[in-house]
Design a protein around this ligand. Sequence first.
Ligand SMILES: Nc1ncnc2c1ncn2[C@@H]1O[C@H](COP(=O)(O)OP(=O)(O)OP(=O)(O)O)[C@@H](O)[C@H]1O
Length: 469
Amino acid sequence: MATFESLGLCEWLIQQCKQMGISRPTPVQENCIPAILEGRDCMGCAKTGSGKTAAFVLPVVQKLSEDPYGVFCLVLTPTRELAYQIAEQFRALGKPLGLKDCIIVGGMDMVTQGLELSKKPHVVVATPGRLADHIRSSDTVNLNRIQFLILDEADRLLEQGCTDFTKDLEVILSAVPAKRQTLLFSATLTDTLQQLQSIAMNRPFFWEHKSDVRTVEELDQRFILTPEKVKDAYLVHLIQKFQDEHDDWSIIIFTNTCKNCQILTMMLRELNFPTISLHSMMKQRQRFANLAKFKSNVFKILIATDVAARGLDIPTVQVVINHNTPGLPKIYIHRVGRTARAGRNGVSITLVTQYDIHLISAIEEQTQVKLKEFPVEEKEVLKILTQVNVTRRQCEIRLESTDFDEKKKINKRKQMILEGKDPDLEEKRKNELDKISRNKKKLRGKNQESLQNKKEKNKTNAKPTEVDS
Ligand SMILES: Nc1ncnc2c1ncn2[C@@H]1O[C@H](COP(=O)(O)OP(=O)(O)OP(=O)(O)O)[C@@H](O)[C@H]1O
């Protein structure tokens, strides 16, 4: 069995690991650390919670100790919370070195960030949008000597999801030197492998945890089939059950939209559950504060959108509930990976409506795991159905009276401006498209109606009269 020593890490760093409860390398660390220390580019694909962060932090910290200067390493990651988490690992493992890091993420003061960047920290951890803004708007950002470029959750950074990072990545890649080591990590790297290979050009060492199953063994994966209208009652029943049966518990509930996240949070609070939320329509300081309250177990339930689906490492989470079935198996893999981390056990429960059954088949096909039904006493759920649905409706009405939708519109406009689009023009286009599709629908309805009329006419014409018979 490998030890950190046999991988080539130096004694002080091994001691530092021990202090953090890391005594033996995990497979991704065992395989990737030597290649990175050798100076190779590296692509590491291993399951959620398998220690990928330390697999790149450890060799970078060791190399930094041999030749310390700033900026030595740049880490890119898709979410702001993840940037803080990664920076924490650098700070903890690089403490004996006096490692200085700097976090560059959206939603925080740009001037302060510019100042910090100008002090040349050893490690910069950033989300692509904000770092690209700094590069575009000032010349205080000097990344032209970096030795390491790391893309954590690399596949997410390259895919064109609801947040498209590709333009920002282009800006960043043109600001970093061609001669560098590039390290790419994720639990779902293989879909974007070819694109990634073009970023890591220097003979990349590729390591993948070979396994038929793409989720961890310690995870008990369940589903509950429910009509849409009973979904919330099932959710409340599940939470109540965990609360009654466990002393020490914490749950992450994933949902599809910021609004739903907000409504569910209000609803569960109304029902006296210690709930807190995390979604992209919240102010950044609130996002950090809520996550901290959840991590410290002050609040036991976190309701989040997919902004929390990747990377977050909160060891106390025993249960993940998918309030909606994720449309992509990849998102499912990351969401359920928030529990059963680092060898611990965990349960995931996905609420499935009759419209989502095909999504479950796609998830099972990709993960190679058959989801088992979670046994629930339906009678118990039906007992609370009315109370839950009335509470939800009350929360919806309360939210409608706030400016939540208005804020959403403003955020959307801001995002469009950032993407170089004209929001008014876009709205006009959208209205035109809506009008066209409304007209199409009308026309289709009319056609169907006249077809129906014709059919009925034909029927009556063809009907034999009493005389005929
Ligand atoms: N060698 C080790 N031994 C024990 N625990 C470890 C080891 N390496 C890392 N850990 C711990 O395992 C947990 C999960 O690690 P990490 O967050 O790096 O997972 P990951 O592979 O990046 O997961 P994800 O794909 O979800 O981002 C962390 O709490 C970390 O401190």
